[in-house]
Design a protein around this ligand. Structure first.
Ligand SMILES: Nc1ncnc2c1ncn2[C@@H]1O[C@H](COP(=O)(O)OP(=O)(O)OP(=O)(O)O)[C@@H](O)[C@H]1O
Length: 293
């Protein structure tokens, strides 16, 4: 099953495309990491998926429906936007009551338990919470809503390291126990490494690479060997990045078949290597998605 499907999706602000030609198919039951440089279009994609923006081009379908198309659709999708909006004049307890009132699948026990565990005072006005506490309140509401798909725009940016780790553990528990699907944008690749089994790299408003993390790590290799011209590589090795010294060439490739050339020393990549290679080479060849499945 697919939780998010985009075809030729684009969003233009005045004359500038914030997202263009986006084709995505995100399978259900995964935590999908959305990563890319500042201004790449990550928030734009998440806002389109939540129905907060409408596409300029193409289509997007989320949990089988058009984003923001009615109460049924809104109940299926949770969205915690980048600035973790809360109502400053309402107390923590009032936020939970509002959540219960607006969401048919609201899990009150989870919400109360989380607020208690986090040490948030139910009587405190949200406007008086710290940035991290506000983020925690917004994330609690997102989880307690029990959506099919939870969209999180840099959710952990304001959290301290321990709170970040605990939130990611809560997220994984919800995925395992309730079959929640998550799309999570973050600049913290170590966090993505911990929780994501699916990855989308967006650069310059375009999807550069998308696929299951395991497939991506299996199909990308670092080749090190005597200096050579990259034009001599076989057609089934697609260069993502390369560097040369006088004597040596190091090249990161997406390989469609095992590398048998004995002049290369072949190494595997970490998720961080892969993300940085695509982010620092905006013109890197985009993989054929079929190859990665
Ligand atoms: N409301 C807006 N009006 C005009 N341009 C916008 C608007 N929102 C975003 N943009 C532009 O669209 C592009 C993509 O922005 P977006 O916020 O989606 O990037 P991002 O990948 O989420 O960035 P970051 O990592 O910094 O949060 C940027 O060039 C940005 O300046």
């Amino acid at each position: 099953m697919t939780v998010l499907r985009a075809q030729g999706l684009g969003k233009k602000y005045k004359r500038r495309w914030a997202l263009s030609g986006c084709a995505l198919d995100i399978p259900a039951g995964h935590v999908s990491g959305l990563v890319g440089p500042n201004g790449a279009g990550k928030s734009t994609l998440l806002n389109l998926a939540a129905g907060m923006l409408t596409p300029t081009a193409g289509t997007i379908e989320v949990c089988g429906g058009v984003p923001g198309s009615g109460p049924g659709q809104l109940a299926k999708v949770g969205f915690v936007a980048q600035n973790t909006p809360v109502y400053p004049g309402l107390t923590v307890a009032e936020h939970l009551r509002l959540g219960a009132h607006l969401n048919p699948r609201w899990d009150d026990a989870l919400a109360r338990d989380r607020v208690d565990r986090l040490g948030l005072d139910p009587a405190q006005h949200a406007g008086k919470l710290s940035g991290g506490q506000r983020a925690q309140l917004a994330l609690t509401i997102g989880l307690a809503k029990r959506p099919e798909l939870l969209l999180l725009d840099e959710p952990v940016a304001a959290l301290d390291p321990l709170a970040r780790r605990e939130f990611l553990a809560d997220l994984m528990e919800a995925v395992a126990e309730h079959g929640l699907s998550v799309v999570l944008s973050s600049h913290l690749v170590s966090d993505l490494e911990r929780v994501c089994d699916h990855l989308i790299v967006l650069v310059d408003s375009q999807v550069r690479v998308v696929g299951e993390v395991e497939d991506l790590l299996d199909s990308h290799l670092r080749l090190t060997g005597p200096r050579r011209d990259l034009d001599t590589l076989p057609a089934d090795q697609h260069v993502v990045s390369a560097s040369h010294t006088d004597r040596q060439t190091t090249v990161l490739v997406r390989a469609e078949a095992p590398v048998l050339d004995p002049t290369w020393t072949v190494g595997r990549l970490t998720l961080e290597d892969l993300v940085l290679a695509y982010m620092s080479n905006p013109t890197a060849a985009r993989p054929a998605l079929e190859v990665l499945r």
